[in-house]
Design a protein around this ligand. Structure first.
Ligand code: NAD
Length: 358
């Protein structure tokens, strides 16, 4: 099997660290070029990795004869760039979130289907051994039918004060739910089989970003007078099998823990899962019973390089012509839920969820 010629689009913090570096070590991949609109970033990455550099990803695809791209630009640009790449017949690994709305995500998934190319969403969190253990509990039937899930991903202070996350166009015009709430929702959906959501109720708040005093406690800098994104979101979701889910997520909240904490609980008819970590889960337990005893099960988890597992899975799907482990359809479900939480928050009532045809 020949090597897949890959280019990385957006080589800032995340693109360099979690896309480019693991791709350079991925069997079957050959990174030949990178693209970034910031000339200083582009120059330093090209020098460090000895690859060609472009300011325009379309030119890079054409001139380098790329078969695949890895996209880690700001979230508000993912949809447009992914659609253009797929239409040029190139496989795409797109960092989370796949788009800024359900409509955008559906367009990317349709573009991949029409081009018959691999589209994988860059949830490196999916390769966490803790999560994989939980998925095995679900898929083997050990958990039983899940009926309730709770997810929490909260920073005491962690508003990411740089344009990628704060600028309306670059961020996609949405705050913490789109930025990190998507990880916790994705983790829970993976543990419960990506059931069809039917309705959601939600609330969002902007309580810290408008306060100039808060800048010193958070990350980077922003203009409080122009801050419009939610820094806290909560949602309650119903699924077609009767399962319900509660989510809480915050860039900033007056909670007791330092830093960012992720927690989830999934209750199934035969047992329950509790897990902790950050965006990716790090610890997990399974709580059940035998005939006469209540049982606690803790797996011995191996270490894993999650970004490397992600890029390996992407290249393997291309080479073997198989569906990637993190699919576009899964993001359709995820974004249908997030859009419904935002819509409910603005309408002040529960809203129905209708999944689009792809
Ligand atoms: N999965 C994670 O844990 C995680 C963590 C951080 C960021 N991210 C995601 O990664 C993405 C990038 O975040 P980041 O922290 O690296 O931001 P960043 O600002 O450090 O990097 C973004 C890069 O994209 C470049 N860029 C902007 N527009 C471009 C275009 N049209 N073409 C090519 N390059 C362009 C910028 O110049 C910059 O170098 C975001 O979607 C973010 O949500 C994910």
């Amino acid at each position: 099997m020949g090597e897949v010629r890959v280019g990385v689009i957006g080589v800032g913090g995340h693109g360099r660290g979690r896309h480019l570096i693991p791709l350079t070590r991925t069997p079957g991949a050959r990174v030949v070029a990178v693209c970034d609109t910031n000339p200083a970033t582009l120059e330093s990455v090209c020098r460090e990795f000895h690859v060609a550099g472009y300011m325009d990803f379309k030119e890079m695809i054409e001139r380098e004869g790329l078969e695949a791209v890895s996209i880690a630009t700001p979230s508000g640009l993912h949809h447009r760039i992914a659609v253009e790449c797929l239409r040029r017949g190139v496989h795409a690994l797109v960092d989370k979130p796949l788009g800024a709305s359900l409509q955008e995500v559906a367009e990317v998934v349709r573009a991949a289907k029409q081009a018959n190319k691999v589209l994988m969403v860059g949830f490196w969190s999916r390769f966490s051994p803790a999560l994989r253990y939980g998925v095995e509990l679900y898929e083997s039937g050990t958990l039983g039918e899940p009926y309730y899930a709770y997810g929490y991903l909260v920073r005491r202070r962690g508003i990411p004060g740089k344009p990628t996350f704060i600028d309306k166009e670059l961020s996609g015009g949405k705050g913490v739910l789109l930025d990190i709430g998507c990880y916790m929702l994705d983790n829970i959906l993976a543990l419960t089989g990506f059931r069809r959501p039917v309705s959601a109720c939600g609330a969002v708040y902007t309580k810290f970003g408008k306060d100039p005093e808060e800048i010193k406690f958070n990350w980077g800098w922003w203009d409080p007078a122009r801050f419009e994104l939610e820094d806290f979101a909560a949602g309650f979701v119903r699924f077609d099998n009767g399962m319900t889910l509660t989510i809480e997520t915050a860039w900033a909240a007056n909670v007791s823990h330092r830093g960012e904490v992720g927690r989830l609980r999934v209750l199934g008819e035969k047992g329950g899962i509790e897990a902790e970590g950050h965006e990716a889960l790090q610890e997990i337990g399974f709580y059940s019973r035998t005939k006469s005893f209540l049982t606690d099960t803790k797996p011995l988890l191996p270490n894993a390089d999650l970004s490397f597992e992600m890029t390996k899975a992407f290249i393997r799907s291309i080479q073997e012509g198989t569906e990637p482990p993190v699919t576009g359809w899964q993001s359709v479900i995820l974004h249908a839920i997030m859009d419904a939480i935002y819509e409910s928050a603005s309408a002040g009532r529960e809203v129905r969820i209708n999944l689009p045809e792809i």
